[in-house]
Write a protein that binds this ligand. Structure first.
Ligand SMILES: CC(C)(COP(=O)(O)OP(=O)(O)OC[C@H]1O[C@@H](n2cnc3c(N)ncnc32)[C@H](O)[C@@H]1OP(=O)(O)O)[C@@H](O)C(=O)NCCC(=O)NCCS
Length: 138
């Protein structure tokens, strides 16, 4: 993961923190790979930092990334579908995701509604300029 995302401002310490959080049961990491090469990953946290999700116990998908060479081949979709299944297996009926409202995140902003994620209706949080979306897993 460190090697695959070395140019993405994803330092080793971030992945080590994710790993420690997974060991504590706070986060689940999903990795997409092609014959040993890590091509993408995402994580699911059970307790969101976003109050609307946290109060409703809606787990949040955090940090979804696919390396450029493997984008637009369904890897992001596969990671999202796998993380949704994981949430269902843990008895969750809703799942959330947040995305910065800028051109840099155009692909994500198009992909999430396409896969059934709807805005929570509470607007963009001013401190991080993120739109928050929810998917009904039932
Ligand atoms: C957002 C991101 C994770 C999507 O990953 P991805 O693997 O490219 O996702 P998918 O291939 O499943 O879908 C992305 C696009 O490819 C299309 N697509 C899916 N399968 C496809 C296929 N077999 N052939 C062609 N296009 C396909 C989707 O319709 C979508 O197109 P659109 O956005 O123009 O509607 C990736 O672009 C990324 O890492 N971006 C940078 C980081 C980022 O923005 N992360 C999200 C932060 S919230």
């Amino acid at each position: 993961m460190v090697d695959s995302f070395s140019t993405w401002q994803r330092p080793r310490g971030l992945f080590e923190r994710y790993w420690q959080e997974q060991l504590r049961g706070e986060r689940m990491i999903l990795v997409a790979h092609d014959r040993g090469l890590v091509v993408g990953y995402t994580t699911l946290i059970w307790q969101s930092g976003y109050e609307y999700f946290r109060i409703r116990r809606i787990p949040e998908i955090v940090d979804l990334n696919v390396i450029e060479l493997y984008q637009h081949q369904g890897v992001g979709t596969a990671l999202l579908q796998a993380v949704e299944q994981h949430a269902v297996q843990h008895g969750k009926i809703m799942i959330g995701i947040s995305v910065v409202q800028s051109a840099e995140y155009a692909a994500a902003n198009r992909l999430y509604p396409y896969l059934g994620y709807l805005p929570d209706g509470r607007g963009i949080t001013p401190y991080d300029h993120e739109l928050h979306l929810i998917k009904d897993l039932t």
